[in-house]
Structure formats: C-alpha cells, structure tokens
Design a protein around this ligand. Structure first.
Ligand SMILES: *[C@@H]1O[C@H](CO)[C@@H](O)[C@H](O)[C@H]1NC(C)=O
Ligand SMILES: *[C@@H]1O[C@H](CO)[C@@H](O)[C@H](O)[C@H]1NC(C)=O
Length: 439
C-alpha cells in the first residue's frame, strides 16, 4: 500500500503539472509585412529569437486562397517561397524544439483575386464539397512541404458595420441605426455559411489527423462569430481558437469617433458585445471548452487626430477628425506600434515641464478598459492626437483574466508590433513578456 501510494502520488503530480503546462499557450503571431517596414521597424527573422523563449506557438500570417482554384497559396511567392521565408520560419523549430509553427490563411490581408465583393471567395469556397476538397488538399501539401505543424483559419467573413455616432440628434440617428442594423444582414446565406464552415473544419481535421497536423481558428476583429461560427460543433475538431479581441474601434472604421480600441470589459453606452469578456463568454456559454480558448491581445495602438471639437478632457468617446499621422516605422495612418507609442509619451520630467510635444498617458486603475495617451491641438489646430493602446500593464491584466477564467492561454497579435528592439525601456518584447509572466 505505502509503496504504491509513494509511486502514484508523484506520478499524479507529474501528470497534473504537465497538463497545466500544456494548457498555458502563448501564441505569437508573426506578420510578413514587418520585413518591409522602415528603419527601426524593419523586422528580420533573427529578431524572433528573443521572443521564442516565451512562445509555444508561432502563427505565420498570412497565406491566401486562389479565387478560381480555391487552393491555398502563398501571398508573396517571391518572399515566402523563392526567398525561403516559409522554410526559415519552420527551421526555427530546430533551435526551439517545443515550438509549433502554423500557417495562417486570410487574416484580413488576402486581397488577391478579382472578386466582385471583398472576401467573397472565402464564402464561395465553403459552398461545395469540391471547393473545400481542393482547398484541403492544397493546404495539406503546402503545409507538409514547408514543415508547418498545421493550419490556422483566420477566415475572412464579412465584417460588421461600424457603430454610428449618436449625439444630440439622437432621434434621427436611432432611426438610422435601425436601418443599418437591418441592412447588416449583408449575407443572406449566413446560416448556410456557418454550417459549411463547420464542415470545412471537420474535413480538414479528418484529412490532417493522420499526420498529426493541427487545426486552429482565429476570430478576426469585427467578424461576428455569433453569425458565422458554431462553437459547440467546432470544438471537437480544433486544437484551439484565438479570439482577436481588439480593433472594436479603429480610425478606418470610426473616422469621426475615437474610443477604447480593445476594452476587456463593457463600457457604459457601448455595444454589449464589443469587448473581450463578452466574446469569451459567448464561446464558453455555447459549449466551447475554456482550455481551447486563447485571448488575443494586440501590440498596436489606434490613433486619431484631436481637434477643437474633441473637448479638453481626453476621456473617450471623443469627436474626432480622422486617423492620426502614420508612425515613422509602420507608415500607416492611425496605426502605431508599441515602440512608436512609447516614444511619444512624456516621461515624468517632461510632464512637470508641461509635456511639450509629448503625450500625456492615462492609465487604467480599473483594469477593465485599457490605456490611452493624448495631446490637445495647439492654437493652430495642429498636433492633436489621441491613441488607445496596449502596454505591458494592460496586457498583463488580460493575461490575468485568461488565467482566472482557465483559458488555454493568450496570443500576441502581432509580435512585430511589440518593442522587439527594446527601445522603450531596454527590455525586448515588453508586452509579450508582461503577458507571459501573468499567465
Ligand atoms: C504579405 O502578405 C500580404 C497579404 O497577407 C501580401 O499582400 C503581401 O504581398 C505580403 N508581403 C510580403 C512582403 O510578403
Ligand atoms: C452580431 O450578430 C448578432 C446576431 O447574431 C447581433 O445581435 C449582434 O448585434 C451582432 N454584433 C455586432 C457587433 O454587429
């Protein structure tokens, strides 16, 4: 008796520890775009290495699909294949033996093809068994050829319509809103597409099973997963789903109104479902196991131009005048990487001296909504900016949430927007690091 207990107890511990370990996934998204950024923003594969000590999975974004043949294809043949980026990425597994590398398709980046409507090919592909089979066979071949461990479906379903501002003239806008909601049933075949997506995932699983390849999903920002995904039916056939719980507000979608882009919890007077907690609870309450849910955390900020009409407080929501100027590295109006944000924020001395050209940071003691920083416009209406962003503290809070809910882990989307050179405070990947330590 005693001897058997002595053996059983340590074994049970080992099993338990291994289980907990296996459930704490840190999924790192890597985007090909970063290679083509300017100056300090330019990202080369060696920069991945300090991140990979923290990552359990690396998701390579993004591949696309051919509209005519429905086959999975590299979006940049020259870069991905000829120059060998696919291969270089999967070869990292030699140095990081536990790492699993997935090829992601879609991601809102696949603009190839002539399709009448954006993303239409993602729905057309679903509509017949033959189309799906062509996709699956091509995916299997591509993934095997370059040594990926599986596929991530960041499927490009149509995005929801952005929320409209309703201010003083709310009567009028409420009517308008009703019209918009009616119209937002943009896809008459949504119900069928949902079933067909379940079928696609099941068919991929069956095809990949023999080789032990993984199948994961990414729910893209502003894709309404209640419309297109059936958590209960998908659950048995996926390894995990990453819920990209951010970009609820962006300068492109909401050029006239700035708000927290990635709140964890619901704010007063906002849409109930535009926050991380709602999204997670939706999957949980529809039969999806908690340990297969990954909370997706951004490493970028969303930036708008403040004007005279925005008021003086900086407190969102704010009336605004479109996207802020592009950052020096990312070069895209309204988008800032974490190092681009941190370079703009005033340090305590600068704040005492009146911030000057720097932004004033407003933290989030509630741990519910996120951080922002802003600077009011000058007398000539120039230089006003408001940016909502993730920082190591808020990313850590989100990791704490994932842990408390027993989720499978977290994802950073994407790590090339984190401070991979350590420009902010000397530490490389401060967002990834902070999130990992709180998991
Ligand atoms: C990166 O991917 C996007 C689509 O995902 C594609 O349009 C672009 O050409 C790719 N760029 C590079 C540099 O690979
Ligand atoms: C998502 O779809 C549901 C209906 O399934 C709808 O009630 C909800 O408002 C939609 N969410 C958004 C953000 O459009």
């Amino acid at each position: 008796m005693t001897w058997s207990l002595k053996i059983i107890i340590p074994l049970a511990f080992v099993a338990l520890a291994a289980h907990v370990e296996a459930d704490n996934k840190v999924v790192c998204y890597y985007s090909n775009k970063s290679f083509f950024r300017q100056g300090q923003g330019k990202f080369d594969i060696p920069f991945l290495e300090p991140a990979l000590q923290f990552c359990t999975h690396l998701v390579y974004g993004y591949a696309g699909i051919n509209e005519a043949s429905h086959k999975l294809l590299p979006l940049n043949e020259n870069f991905d294949v000829t120059k060998g980026n696919y291969q270089h990425i999967t070869e990292l597994k030699r140095r990081f033996p536990g790492l699993r590398v997935l090829l992601s398709v879609g991601g809102g980046e696949d603009v190839s093809g002539e399709g009448s409507e954006k993303n239409m090919k993602y729905r057309t592909l679903l509509e017949s068994v033959e189309n799906r089979l062509a996709f699956i066979n091509s995916a299997h071949a591509l993934i095997k050829q370059y040594g990926f461990d599986g596929i991530d479906l960041a499927w490009e379903f149509p995005e929801t319509k952005p929320k409209k501002i309703h201010g003083k003239v709310s009567g009028f806008f409420i009517n308008l809103k009703h019209k918009i909601v009616g119209e937002s049933v943009m896809d008459e075949k949504a119900e069928e597409h949902k079933e067909q997506f379940t079928a696609l995932v099941r068919e991929i699983r069956n095809n990949f099973r023999h080789d032990g390849l993984m199948v994961t999903l990414s729910v893209l920002p502003n894709v309404n997963s209640t419309v297109y995904m059936d958590p209960r039916q998908l659950a048995p056939n996926v390894d995990f789903v990453t819920i990209q719980a951010f970009d609820f507000f962006t300068p492109t979608r909401n050029p006239k109104e700035a708000d927290f882009p990635a709140p964890l919890y619901e704010l007063i007077d906002r849409k109930t479902d535009e926050n991380g907690d709602w999204q997670i609870r939706h999957w949980l309450s529809n039969g999806f196991p908690n340990n297969k849910i990954i909370l997706g955390i951004p490493a970028h900020g969303r930036a708008w131009k403040l004007t005279e009409d925005s008021g003086l407080t900086g407190v969102p929501p704010l009336t605004i005048d479109g996207p802020a100027e592009a950052g020096p590295y990312t070069g895209e109006p309204g988008l800032l990487s974490y190092p681009e944000v941190c370079a703009k924020i005033a340090n305590p001395q600068q704040l005492k001296a009146g911030a000057g050209t720097h932004l004033r940071k407003v933290g989030d003691p509630t741990k519910r909504y996120g951080t922002y920083a802003y600077k009011l416009p000058d007398k000539n209406e120039e230089g006003g900016i408001w940016v909502g962003y993730e920082d190591p503290d808020t990313a850590g809070n989100k990791a704490g949430y994932a842990k408390a809910k027993g989720l499978g882990g977290l994802a950073i989307i994407d790590i090339t927007m984190d401070d991979f050179r350590g420009l902010c405070n000397g530490d490389k990947y401060p967002i990834l690091r902070a999130a990992k330590y709180r998991l």
